[in-house]
Ligand binder design. Sequence first.
Ligand code: XLS
Ligand code: NI
Ligand code: NI
Length: 432
Amino acid sequence: MSYFDGIAPVTFAGTDSTSDLAFRHYNPDEMLMGKRMEDHLRFACAWWHSFAWPGGDPFGGQTFDRPWFGDDMAAAKLKADNAFDLFAILGLPYFCWHDADIRPEGDSFAENTRNLAEMVDYIGQKMETSGMKCLWGTANLFTHRRFMSGAATNPDPDVFAWSAATVKTCMDATMNLGGENYVLWGGREGYETLLNTDLSREAQQAGAFLNKVVEYKYKIGFKGAILIEPKPQEPSKHQYDYDVATVYGFLKRFGLENEVQVNIEQGHAILAGHSFEHELAMAASLGIFGSIDMNRNDYQSGWDTDQFPDNPREAALAYYEVLRAGGFTTGGTNFDAKIRRQSLDPLDLVAAHVGGMDVCARGLKAAAAMLGDGVLEQARAARYAGWDTSDGHALLGQSLDEIHDLVVAADLRPEPRSGRQEILENVVSRYV
Ligand code: XLS
Ligand code: NI
Ligand code: NI
């Protein structure tokens, strides 16, 4: 008996389909830029939102009624069984998890580790029979009250130690499951008030912690990427990994800019006052682009509402940057997205993923066409063409007084030129 009984595997039915449970754009085998659509998008389901989340909000508790809710090993296994049923219905290739999503919380560190190992065995067997893969694993270092003042940045060294030991077990588990990345989101690595916070110490702790993670990656021969997930606030008032540029500064400071990349989430980009495509382009230009958490926020509420994406234009602009960056290598598209608390039925959960996958596919198709036709890239190249001349090349190497003499000798009179913004926006509209 599955929670999803009666729901047939979702298939591609073309843009004319009016079914709630058909793909209108996601066609895994369709070739785009010489690669299958499935291999471009590398979709993953998030264990925490789709299976562990009870539907609560700050004003009310659980609204969902799932047969696998419970805090013992039997419940965790039932949850895994149903998770794999959903993966099969959707034809998703990957999943992502926190330790706390897949195993019950024990009374001690040792019990947590035992529970995790048993669930990794259980899930590993299901992966073998289903062909499912693990995009990434991570440690939940923010829900339990021991983490209320942070994990790596906690004022109490015992919490730092507990967190480091937990990450070790989660990296082991990720490796055992063949995970292609290991993610660190600094859930409570930040502060509520500066009045009780020592910023300098906490930065040193975070730098040392991340260096240990990278060191351990080499020690065990983990081939995947280590990814930091930036977010500016929530749950902490201020989170240290504010955005991509801030993370890059942190990595540089601790000598890790060639070791660690970023997992960029749409909603977190918006919370930081950026667009998703800004964060993607910034990561690519800094050489730290890794993976994406796909979702959207409510643009009015100002919170990380983690909704499924529904805006094809935003998806197109995002995948345009992903494709410009060369596409995913170890990364992929993880739906860090949850259904609303009134969306009670199995059908809601399936349809949410179907819609999200379709919006991403539609965005990807538009992005591939835009890049293939080259209209935007030609306009961009033309805008900077002056820098490709020999005078342009030379300029960056010259001193201020040399440049001054050149300007005077040439009687330079720069002519402003249109940025063509509306014309370029119209180009995007043609493709979406
Ligand atoms: C929360 C984060 C979290 C990470 C994994 O806002 O997005 O879900 O992706 O810890
Ligand atoms: Ni996320
Ligand atoms: Ni989030």
